[in-house]
Design a protein around this ligand. Structure first.
Ligand SMILES: [Zn+2]
Length: 62
């Protein structure tokens, strides 16, 4: 889904002060700690499948 299966993926920056929860990064399956800047990736045609990624994992995916 991250390379066009559900349309273009919108990538939004999440600033540290906006990160109020922990997430599991699909790239490395590790935790993104609260208060860590990261990115949220939203397939245009399947916004329910949005996922939070470490910025570096997103850039290195695939
Ligand atoms: Zn990661």
């Amino acid at each position: 889904m991250w390379d066009g299966l559900y349309g273009p993926v919108e990538v939004r920056r999440v600033q540290p002060y906006e990160a109020h929860k922990e997430y599991i990064c699909p790239g490395c399956h590790r935790t993104i700690a609260k208060g860590t800047g990261h990115v949220v990736c939203v397939p245009r045609d399947a916004p329910d499948l949005r996922r939070h990624w470490h910025k570096g994992c997103w850039e290195r995916r695939g």
